[in-house]
Design a protein around this ligand. Structure first.
Ligand code: CA
Length: 224
């Protein structure tokens, strides 16, 4: 497992690198934003740990660039304590998780393991969950043997759900993640699109793999 650590504080970088190497991970450290971005864009890492304040280019700019190139490597942002706004921005920008500084190594390791434990995420270009296969490059979706024809918004929503299999995702998370900043919080657009996806993914007489979790949000079942 290859991990890219983009962090300019050498104390933190050393501590994380040492700990992860002991755990058997191959760690590459970049101590400024530009070097880090260049490494990230190779798409050759299983996970990226990304600091926010960096010389050269900040963590959010790097994150935006990574996602623009549709590199699906999971990202964990390393934010300073109390930077709530940063956390929110990070998640909206497509980061999967964040850890607040100061963090313990165990805490970080737990988050990393949680991200890498997803056995269905086969590669950076393809996401596989149960019998669903989504190709980020060709934008083709198949369910079992069957091709599923999706509009681009349906595709984005399904990709978001597939990146978090078996996790309950809140309305806010999904609206932020798929519709971005401009959505109207009173909108029912999410419900409408979940309905479209269910129709397209469900076999006859079945609901398909997207569960409604009452009062909490939606969940894509991985075992379907
Ligand atoms: Ca920093």
């Amino acid at each position: 497992m290859r991990i890219l650590l983009i962090e300019d504080e050498s104390k933190i970088a050393d501590f994380v690198e040492r700990g992860l190497s002991d755990e058997g991970y191959a760690v590459t450290v970049a101590d400024d934003g530009l070097k880090g971005e260049a490494e990230a864009l190779t798409g050759e890492f299983d996970l990226i740990l990304l600091d926010v304040l960096l010389p050269g280019k900040n963590g959010f700019e790097i994150l935006t660039e990574i996602r623009k190139r549709t590199i699906a490597t999971p990202v964990i942002m390393l934010t300073a304590l109390g930077e709530t706004e940063d956390k929110v921005r990070g998640l909206e920008g497509g980061a999967i998780d964040y850890v607040s500084k100061p963090f313990s190594f165990e805490e970080l390791l737990a988050r990393i393991r949680a991200q890498l434990r997803r056995p269905d995420a086969v590669s950076a270009d393809r996401i596989e969950v149960g019998d669903l296969l989504l190709d980020l490059k060709t934008r083709r979706v198949t369910k079992g043997e069957r091709d599923v024809d999706l509009t681009s918004r349906e595709f984005e929503l399904l990709a978001y759900l597939m990146r978090h299999p078996d996790q309950v995702l809140s309305r806010t998370q999904l609206l932020n993640g798929v519709w971005g900043y401009d959505y109207d919080p009173g909108t029912n657009v999410l419900e409408v699109y979940v309905g479209y996806l269910r129709k397209k993914l469900g076999n006859e007489g079945e609901e398909g793999p997207i569960d409604t979790v009452r009062g909490a949000g939606y969940r894509l079942r991985a075992d379907d």
